[in-house]
Design a binder for this molecule. Structure first.
Ligand SMILES: [Zn+2]
Length: 985
């Protein structure tokens, strides 16, 4: 509500308040401000002017202070980072949104006097470059460099304060030399292993394919051949060695608004720790063969050991060893297996009961009290049990598992369900329940001595008891996390710095031979060949063994690009270091990243890999926890225990959706030239004249709803575009992009601009014009009640307007500072600034010094969002004060001046009417608490009104003598009084 009112006020056609209203009575400036009124606001031109000035300033600063500044203390540093882009060649609105958020936050911290690092670089290795190379016959390096150059040009248009002196590209040998060093460091620490794993093999092209190159039908993107799975020796990073630390430190990250809860949960699920138990179920066989060698029991893992009392059957996978063994001499099983062969889905609930095999619940043997559980259990073959899951067997608990329930209802003769857990604290068996009960609850009488206990509290004791009585149970913790396969059989990545010697095995490339550079294979691209060109680059592959000097071959795999993105942020802290990835001093001063901003689609893999890398690298290079981290400050015993975390705060921003037009008849997405937008609020389909269906969708070529951010910026200016992006949606939400809505932002900026010029004109009349006159709100507004009460009407009005303006300033400073700290609510910064603008402009009678100080604060507060515009306004208001964004000058961000408590106007503006007719407006004191009782308030108010000379004058005639009124109506706490007078005969 509040917001929409503000917007309406600002986006409604400007009333040009400044030039039609009388200005402050004491400032006779109407004659000169006209020349300023014609000042044109050309936002794109301001962008160009100020970008040039900033870059000149940055050039000079770098001459004075080359390299990484590690002189100040870490507390003064802010490292703000947006996830670095893949150089696809074009900047899209999603990029622009994330870089705008990062830049606004960075500029805010700069204005607070902090030493901010806001770097930019390129995630430049990867498959698209290689595909483009094959299609166009050019070197991926050339394609990538061209794209980087183009995107950099586009990025520079957005008025970002990126520190280009730190720029890096992961495909640059100066960068990947250190990626290789880090690989070898992990290798040395035993964190790199070589194992067999399957790859996608294209038998026609004779090459390994990335998962993205295999379509949904399992065919190669290029040859169309059915892809095969082939085992290959590949490199793995042992992320599983860090699983405990990765899980443990998520709790730290979740604290104090650090990482979004959603991301923390996703990471926890990916790590996937479950505390469960292994149970052993003995089997008895009474069929074609009495004995099954080595198959007299089934080992079954469960994540809910307390449901052991509800087991009603055992199910085994068609691929399990037991089934394969039985099928050898049981034709019925063979028949059944044929019906479920070839990957039947997990939803397949057809089962086959093996008539002559029975299983026995271990709990039935644990204690006499559980002997009712000793009844043999049927054993089914069930396709929903996967062969690769543990032993390929599950304990079937229909009461507490949805799939077991569905299977049991379909395959058992009785279908009765035994509930071991109930929501009822009395533990009554809910026998007539028609569905499984999945939550925790209370044990039923099936659980004997455990009945009525909370199910989640007794799980461990149950396992312990069965273990000690029967040795048929064992507590087990399991993890879903697997080691990270980093080998890619591709060209465009960091070469793995290993040579293979037939005599010595895999050997690390010696440090002085790094980097292992990618060989030029121009003929490969020119011929449009597929496959990994490194394999055929014989000059490059053939080398000598660093150990025995005999002939050896280079490893032809390259690293997953996620390896590059796992450490690039460390390199930004020390980008020109030739000796190592990062020096201890730079790590100590600059790391970890304070605020990391990017899309939630990277919530799992990138962020988990980066956390692992940081723990492993920092824990190995600087094991004494030199880098401050989340205040934990403990010294890790081994790198695996490292509590280092790379990103203190994580901000996930939402996507940008584009306006999409659908033909109501065909449901087809319409192209821009198929929609008549001459009346923006009444779009029409050109062909039919009908109203198209308008929706907001993820931007894509097929939906014709993309927006070119650079075209938009050159039309409206970078600052208006930035404000528009922030204003339209909270940072974490989807932004529905609507070009037209920028009009409100442009009008707001023009209002501010006109107002600034008018104030400057007023100041020009003043001898002190151009100096930044310090205004002390607390001193200025500290007037005694007596002084205020002695004011005449004009003075009181001006005083009240001044209070109103300054209160808006103080409240805006507090609210905008909080929003910039929080980041997620940056959209409210724009609306707060709009409201503040209204208050300042709508109170032209406020004292000149207050309006000026208020406007200066407005300009400072909007500087992070609209930096060029703010610099321009600042240069007009305070031409002798240098730039706003100049780190050598005192910090420009305003802080509350402690005046808020003073900013209450203790007088009420009271409209006095007689017989309903307005006579005058006077200020009266606010009602004291002791004015009470019949007629007391009326008498007091009348007395106060008559204190004002204006009232005495206007109400002097006998027919207006309010002291003689027959009735007094007091409205709105004294803001209006109506006197009914006796009829004069
Ligand atoms: Zn050798």
């Amino acid at each position: 509500m509040y917001l929409s009112r503000t917007i309406r006020k600002l986006t409604g056609r400007s009333r040009l308040t400044l030039f039609t209203r009388p200005l402050a009575r004491t400032s006779p400036i109407i004659a000169i401000h006209r020349s300023y009124a014609t000042a044109q606001l050309d936002l794109p031109a301001l962008d160009r002017t100020w970008r040039q000035k900033w870059s000149e300033k940055q050039r000079l600063a770098q001459q004075r202070r080359p390299g990484v500044d590690v002189s100040t203390t870490p507390a003064d540093h802010m490292y703000i980072l947006s996830m670095f882009p893949y150089p696809s060649g074009t900047l899209h609105l999603g990029h622009l949104r994330v870089y705008t958020v990062a830049d606004v936050v960075a500029r805010y911290h700069k204005l607070r006097g902090r030493n901010v690092l806001l770097p930019m670089g390129w995630d430049a290795f990867g498959l698209p470059a290689e595909n483009a190379a094959i299609e166009r016959g050019i070197d991926p390096a050339v394609w990538t460099r061209d794209n980087i150059a183009h995107m950099k040009e586009q990025l520079e248009l957005m008025n970002g304060a990126f520190d280009w002196s730190t720029e890096l590209a992961t495909c640059d040998p100066a960068f990947y030399k250190h990626t290789q060093k880090l690989f070898l460091l992990l290798h040395q620490e035993g964190l790199v292993t070589r194992q067999r794993a399957v790859v996608n093999w294209d038998p026609v092209d004779g090459t390994v394919l990335a998962n993205e190159q295999v379509d949904s039908e399992g065919r190669s993107w290029r040859s169309g051949a059915k892809v095969e799975q082939r085992p290959l020796e590949q490199w793995f990073l042992r992320i599983t060695a860090f699983k405990e630390a990765l899980l443990r430190d998520l709790d730290e990250l979740a604290k104090d608004d650090g990482w979004p809860e959603r991301v923390v949960t996703m990471q926890k699920n990916w790590l996937g720790r479950t505390k469960g138990a292994n149970y052993r179920f003995p089997l008895t066989v009474d069929g074609p063969r009495r004995r099954l060698d080595g198959l007299d029991e089934l080992e079954i893992y469960t994540t809910r050991p307390e449901t052991i009392f509800g087991v009603q059957f055992v199910a085994v996978s068609p691929d399990s060893r037991l089934v394969r063994e039985l099928a050898r001499f049981d034709p019925e099983i063979q028949d059944y297996l044929e019906t479920v062969a070839d990957g039947s889905p997990e939803s397949d609930m057809r089962g086959y009961r093996i008539p002559y095999v029975q299983a026995h619940n271990p709990v039935g043997r644990a204690a006499p009290a559980f002997s009712h559980q000793a009844k043999p259990l049927p054993v089914f073959i069930a396709p929903y049990v996967r062969g690769d899951y543990e032993t390929g067997a599950v304990m079937g608990v229909p009461a507490h598992d949805a799939r077991d329930f569905a299977f049991w209802k379909r395959n058992s003769s009785s279908g009765d369900v035994k509930y071991a857990i109930s929501p009822d604290p009395a533990g009554s068996c809910a026998v007539d329940m028609d569905e499984p009960y999945l939550g925790p609850g209370y044990m039923t009488e099936l659980a004997g001595s455990y009945s009525r206990s909370r199910s989640d509290e007794v799980a461990e004791s149950i396992v312990e008891q069965i273990q000690s009585e029967t040795q048929m149970a064992e507590p087990r913790t399991k993890w879903k996390l697997r080691d990270w396969l980093i080998s890619r059989q591709r060209y465009w990545g960091t070469p793995i710095p290993i040579v293979h010697c037939r005599r010595c095995g895999p050997q690390p490339v010696p440090d002085d031979q790094l980097p292992v550079e990618l060989p030029k294979v121009d003929h490969h691209w020119a011929d449009g060949r597929v496959g990994n060109p490194l394999e055929s680059a014989t000059d490059w592959v053939n080398t000598s063994c660093p150990k025995c000097r005999g002939p050896a071959k280079r490893d032809t795999d390259t690293m997953d690009t996620f390896v590059d993105s796992s450490w690039y942020y460390m390199r930004f802290a020390d980008p020109r270091n030739r000796d190592g990835p990062i020096s201890e001093a730079a790590a100590r001063t600059r790391l970890p990243v304070d605020i990391y901003i990017g899309g939630v689609e990277h919530a799992i893999l990138h962020l988990l890999y980066a956390r692992f890398f940081y723990k492993a690298i920092m824990g190995t290079l600087y094991p004494k926890d030199v880098v401050a981290n989340n205040g934990a400050g403990r010294v890790a015993e081994s790198p695996h225990e490292s509590s280092h975390e790379p990103f203190k705060r994580l901000i996930t921003q939402g996507m940008v959706h584009g306006k999409t037009y659908l033909d109501p008849d065909s449901g087809r997405f319409l192209k821009p030239d198929e929609v008549d937008l001459s009346n923006a609020s009444e779009p029409r389909v050109v062909a039919s004249g009908k109203r198209p269906v308008v929706t907001y969708e993820k931007m894509s070529k097929s939906k014709h709803n993309g927006v070119d951010p650079t075209a938009f910026i050159s039309k409206y200016g970078a600052d208006a575009t930035r404000a528009h992006i922030l204003f339209q949606a909270p940072v974490a939400d989807v932004l529905n992009w609507d070009d037209d809505k920028i009009a409100g932002i442009s009008r707001w900026l023009r209002r501010v601009f006109d107002h600034v010029h008018m104030l400057a004109a007023a100041a020009a009349q003043d001898t002190s014009g151009g100096e930044l006159i310090p205004f002390h709100g607390r001193a200025y507004f500290a007037k005694s009640e007596g002084e205020v009460n002695a004011m005449n009407e004009d003075e009181a009005t001006r005083w009240e307007d001044g209070i109103c303006v300054w209160r808006a300033v103080q409240e805006s400073i507090a609210s905008i500072t909080a929003s910039c700290d929080r980041v997620y609510s940056l959209n409210t910064v724009v609306s707060t600034l709009m409201t503040l603008t209204n208050v300042i402009i709508d109170k032209p009678d406020a004292p000149e010094c207050v309006r000026r100080a208020a406007t200066i604060n407005l300009v400072r507060l909007l500087a992070p969002i609209a930096p060029a515009f703010a610099e321009e306004c600042w240069s007009v208001l305070c031409p002798n004060e240098g730039m706003i964004f100049d780190e050598t000058l005192p910090a420009r961000w305003p802080v509350p001046d402690g005046s808020l408590a003073l900013l209450k106007f203790n007088r009420v503006k009271c409209t006095v009417a007689v017989n309903g007719k307005r006579r005058c407006v006077v200020h009266i004191p606010a009602k004291p608490a002791d004015v009470e009782g019949d007629g007391a308030l009326e008498a007091w108010i009348t007395e106060q009104i008559l204190e004002a000379p204006e009232a005495r004058e206007k109400l002097s005639t006998p027919e207006n003598d309010i002291r003689k009124a027959t009735k007094v109506f007091i409205m709105k706490g004294g803001r209006g009084v109506n006197y009914l007078m006796p009829k004069i005969s």
